[in-house]
Write a protein that binds this ligand. Structure first.
Ligand SMILES: Cc1cc2nc3c(=O)[nH]c(=O)nc-3n(C[C@H](O)[C@H](O)[C@H](O)COP(=O)(O)OP(=O)(O)OC[C@H]3O[C@@H](n4cnc5c(N)ncnc54)[C@H](O)[C@@H]3O)c2cc1C
Length: 469
């Protein structure tokens, strides 16, 4: 696509991007690469949204770091989406094809164009192959990606970041969005005019509002998300169609902080700990394939009685050995620093746990098939567990983590109305959208959707501006 001269019409006023998570930053980067001015509005004082917390990584296949021939990413995603595929089947298939087939170029855009280290690859739950990328150093992937994109955006004179500014309304007439109304710290209502890319994230932190409306059964669950309202009502006010709003991902492992047992906000125990070999114990016993999908693991936990009801919590023990520790050292060291994990010995967990760990260790070395059909054991090295063997442990519980539902888009990131017709002048990307993951998102595919559909939104918006002249 040829760059647009800054002297030309709309390019001067700029495109409005709502939300400074990965989807918004990606769209902004793409727009700037085409020579457009971007005004990014973010309601919080610090940019980065929930994206900055992402801890396991971003999916991609094939990539230069994932040399295994991988033609099953699409099939894994469809399988994980589950029964949701029976409605809007062709539309969902197109979205998933777009997601998975663009995943390799999403990784190379981040790694090669933006210089972000994504050289380490792990296998997360629900994936048939390792394809979740993160850096080899200490920095978690969400922070590494968000800070690199922000840094390069801030170097551009065409990027204008307005933090502590909340978009309150979309300006809309004749099936076309022409700008936004917003308020900043001074409380004054202001307007910006131009096409809009909506990247406001999901509603997993909106316990009292959207969650209570769409999933009242999840009332009382702790969450990993910022406790802020969802912004999807701004889109429904202009006739946008929402789908899958009741598909909410409860992640099986949020840390129960021993210093703040009943906090409603939990730190995520990154899935990579299980991917690299870690196991889960309930009352000293394994109870599930730790690499099963998030909803299956959560189901296995929540069908037992909770320990507390406010918040609704279970006590599951996450155990990693020295091998897993070394493979996920930066994560575990960080959790130890935060007081969420501790280095101890199996004796601390009791005889029942010793028996479970011994059985798992003998499975890892191939003495028998796993009783829960786990086939990948990451970097687990402990072959002969004894009471004095060193392990790293933390208490975890299911947490509301991600909302699969949102505004319906097509493969061009265009926002669709209730009649299925695109609404002019607006695109959406990231967790605000619905349909890409169906009933269950695969770990690592949310950062991916932000990059894939954020880039598409930036490109499509640029085409729209060119065509409007
Ligand atoms: C702890 C944690 C770990 C995770 N780990 C991973 C992982 O390893 N891999 C993975 O793929 N996914 C992971 N996820 C999920 C993933 O991080 C998010 O789903 C994804 O980053 C969402 O990005 P986004 O840009 O759509 O939204 P966000 O990053 O949430 O950004 C949206 C932004 O929009 C702003 N906003 C909302 N409404 C308005 C408004 N009206 N006006 C102005 N601003 C507004 C918000 O304040 C926010 O800053 C994780 C999530 C959490 C919470």
């Amino acid at each position: 696509m040829s760059p647009i001269s800054q002297s030309e019409g709309v390019a001067k006023q700029g495109v409005i991007v709502v939300g400074s998570g990965l989807a918004g930053l990606t769209a902004a980067s793409q727009l700037i690469s085409h020579g457009l001015t971007v005004r990014l509005l973010e309601r919080t004082a610090k940019p980065g949204g929930n994206s900055i917390k992402a801890s396991s990584g971003i999916n991609g296949a094939p990539t230069k770091y994932q040399p295994i021939s991988d033609d099953v990413f699409y099939a894994d995603t469809v399988k994980s989406a589950g029964k949701a595929m029976s409605s809007l089947t062709a539309h969902r298939e197109t979205l998933i094809k777009t997601l998975t087939s663009s995943s390799g170029s999403a990784i190379s855009w981040l790694a090669e164009t933006k210089g972000i280290d994504l050289s380490r690859v792990a296998q997360l739950g629900g994936h048939s192959l390792p394809r979740t990328h993160r850096g080899s150093g200490q920095t978690p992937p969400g922070f590494a990606i968000v800070s690199a994109l922000l840094k390069s955006l801030k170097e551009s004179p065409f990027f204008h970041l307005h933090t502590s500014c909340t978009v309150t309304k979309l300006l809309y007439s004749n099936n076309r969005v022409g700008g936004v109304e917003y308020t900043c710290e001074d409380g004054e209502q202001k307007e910006l005019h131009g096409p809009v890319i909506f990247a406001s994230g999901g509603f997993a932190g909106d316990g009292e509002g959207s969650l209570a409306e769409y999933r009242p059964d999840l009332a009382g669950y702790p969450s990993t998300n910022q406790p802020l309202p969802g912004s999807q009502s701004l889109l429904t006010a202009i006739g946008a169609k929402l789908i899958d709003m009741d598909f909410v991902q409860v992640h099986p492992s949020g840390f129960v902080d021993p210093a703040n047992l009943l906090s409603p906000i939990k730190f995520l125990a990154a899935e990579v700990l299980r991917g690299e070999g870690g196991i889960l114990l309930l009352k000293g016993k394994r109870f599930v394939n730790e690499l099963d999908t998030r909803d299956n693991i959560t189901h296995a936990i929540t069908t037992t009685d909770p320990n507390t009801t406010s918040p609704k919590q279970w006590t599951v023990t996450l155990v990693v050995d020295e091998g897993t520790y070394n493979a996920a050292k930066s994560h575990v060291d960080f959790y130890i620093l935060k007081g969420l994990m501790k280095k101890t010995t199996i004796a601390d967990l009791g005889e029942e746990a010793l028996r479970s760990i011994q059985l798992y260790a003998s499975t890892v070395v191939g003495k028998q098939a796993d009783e829960f059909h786990r086939t990948s054991f990451g970097s687990w090295k402990l072959t002969d567990p004894m009471l004095e063997s060193v392990v790293y442990v933390g208490a975890v519980t299911p947490v509301v983590h991600f909302t699969m539902g949102g505004v319906l888009i097509n493969e061009k990131s265009e926002v669709l109305g209730k009649d299925g017709v695109k609404i002019e002048g607006i695109w959406a990307a990231g967790e605000i959208t619905g349909g890409v993951h169906g009933g269950n998102r695969l770990g690592g595919s949310s950062l991916l959707e932000c990059v894939v559909f954020g880039r598409i939104a930036g490109d499509q918006c640029t085409e729209y501006i060119k065509a409007s002249w």
